[in-house]
Every structure is written in structure tokens, then in C-alpha cells.
Design a protein around this ligand. Sequence first.
Ligand code: C6P
Length: 412
Amino acid sequence: MMTTWTNVRHDFPILHQQVKGKPLVYLDNAATAQKPKVVIDALSHFYERDNANVHRGLHTLSNRATDAYEGARAKVARFVNAADSAEIIFTRGTTESINLVAASWGSANLKAGDVILLTEMEHHSNLVPWQLIAQRTGAKLRYVPVLGPNVEGGLDLAALDGLLTPEVKVFAFTHVSNSTGTINPVAELCAKARSHGIVTVIDAAQSIGHMPVDVRAIGCDFLAFSGHKMAGVTGIGALYGRRELLDAMPPYQGGGGMISQVEFFTARWKPSPERFEAGTPNFADAVALGVACDYLDGLGRDKIAAHDHQLAKLAYEKLATLPGIRLLGPGLGQERSGLVSFSFADVHAHDVVTFADEDGIALRGGHHCNQPLMRKLGLTGTTRASFYVYNTAEEIDVLVANLRKTLKFFGA
Ligand code: C6P
């Protein structure tokens, strides 16, 4: 299915409404993206026609549901270019995927004295799970610093070689920062880690729906993402893991569907992916995720990346003209993902967001689950505008006009 950029807004029913008497300008896509009608319809179609539990029944509906669920797994595998569908584990999203790796791979492979390498720009989802496993195993956390008072320099890559010491067993980092818009050189980071025998985990929450993501070209061991940020529905996401690593990992949770045999005192597990999908899986949302993959491929992920970048660049240029603004992340001329994060010395981010809502504009204000980074930057939070396929240059003008009004109101 091909959708052109001129009619793409028609694909998203939610956009066609007024908020507080103004046309909705939805610029909170990094928190969750809106869903095209084909995805919404796929979900109701599944419930209206095919719904039955998967992998359990011998009847027609169960077989149909199982085929749809495993078909969705194959689509997600193709979407990230995994070598094999068994390398895709369905989870609730990025957070659960990272918790799975930290708990399962971590409990089997980490011991006191080992080091878990993270970066200073990690979301709490790629930080707290590692803190938990560090506490359980005695491993230590280490961080790659960010560069510049506004993280305009990205990660300190010059420091990386010195940080990759023999104690480092795993390096977990984000592909795209949800607070700064930085795009990290993931293939380069993985190559460096691999040359030291270090396992890599990528948080792809903010990249998966916005640019091509090819796990084999990147060369990562694990990659975590959420469906709801890539035109899919909430409650579903995935973990990609290299088969060899997955098959050597213990289960994350126990229950139905993940066992090959159970005795009163022992049990044996199935291989991946079933080993990591205990209980009734979220098959209906997985089917809708497969349709979201098709939808984004129909638009073209290169085109989506270019579109997002152009909007973010335009927004950055226009926002930079506002008095007293502090913009985070890459400067003009540098690569940037489809979001812009900023603060004003004299107006709190929550006020900025509340005033924007009066004009029908949805923004996010706060620490964006990046408290350690915000603290390092001397901020309590920022205001963030994040873009997706349906956003337009005109919407950026509406945003900038609204921000001017807010600054005037506060006398800033
Ligand atoms: N960031 C934001 O507004 P979940 O909640 O599991 O779908 O995704 C967690 C997550 C992990 N990593 C990064 C880089 C993220 O941006 C997010 C979610 C949202 O920025 C909600 S805090």
C-alpha cells in the first residue's frame, strides 16, 4: 500500500478534531504516536473474526489466530532484518524488553566485579533495570559522558575506548535520545563493543518508527522497542535478540506456553521465542503491530526519517529566534531526530505546555524519564515538541506563535 505525503493526514482519524476550539496540533509523538485507520481496523477485524487463544487450540479460529500471530512475528522480524523470526520476542514494549535482557541475560552472565556500561543520556527504562541486576549480582555501573552544556556534542566517543575495559560485560545505549534528539552512531558503538567481546543492547524506542533499523547492519546483540511509538497500538512491543544468546538464557517468567515438559519439582523450557512468552500472549495487539510495520514500510522509512529531520530542523531554526530559549541536543547542520527540546529561564515547562494546550497544541513538559541527565544539565525539565509523519511546517508556525504569546504573558 502506498500513501503519499499529501494525503497521509487522512490516514489518522484522531487528527481531525478541535481542542479548545482550535484544530488539534499533536506534537507529543515521542510519548506515543497516533494510529492510522488500517491499524485500528486490523485490531477490530481480528476481534470480530479471528479471536481465539494461540498455540493451544486445534480448532479453526485458534489456528487462524496462531497464523496471524506468527505472521506478525515474521513481519516484525523482516522490519528489523532479523535472520530468523525466533529472534523476535513479543513483550509489552521497550521497558519490558530491557527488563527481560537485564534479568535473564544479566542473572546468567554477571557477577561481582563486572561492569555494565551505560550512557548519561539513557531513559529510566535503560537505567533502572540495570541498577536492579547490578544490586542482585554485585556488578557495577559505568557511564559514557555526554558532551557540552546542552549535549550538543552527543556522546563522548573519545572517552569510550578508555571505558571499554575487560570488566565490561554489557554495553546498553539508546539509538535516539528522547530528551535531546541526538542520534547515536549505533553501528560504530556495537563494532567497538564487539571487538572487546562485550554484549550490546540498544534501546530503539525513539528510532524504530522513524528511520530504517537493521539489526544485522547495526551488529547489535539485543534491540528493544515499543509498538505504540511506531503507529502500533499500546501494550505490545518486541525484543530482538541473537538466537545463540537467547537459547542460552534462562526464562524471564514461568507459566504456560514456555515449557516442553513439567514435573512436580522440575520443568524444561522450549527454545526462543516461546521460552520468553509465558502465559497467553498479547496476540491481537501483535497482529496490529504487523500491520503498523506494513504501513510504515508503505510510506518508506527513509522518507519518514527525512520528513522528521526537516521538521525538527525548521522547528529548531524558528525556536532559536525566541528570547531566552535554551535548546538541547545537536545544533543546526548536525544530524537530529524528529524532536526539539527546550527551556526558558523564567517560564516553567509545565506552564508552557498548559498555555500551548489552550491553542490545541499537545506538547510534553518535564524530565522525560531522564532525571540524571536533567540534573547534570542543571534543569528540572524541558518542553518538548516531537514530530511524526502527519505533522506539517504550518503546525510549527502555530507552535512558535503560541510560544511568543506565552513568553509575553510571563513578561519574559
Ligand atoms: N519515552 C517519552 O515521552 P515504553 O514506555 O516502554 O513504551 O518506552 C520507554 C522508553 C524507553 N526508551 C526511550 C528512549 C524512551 O523514549 C521511552 C519512552 C516516552 O519520551 C515516555 S517517558
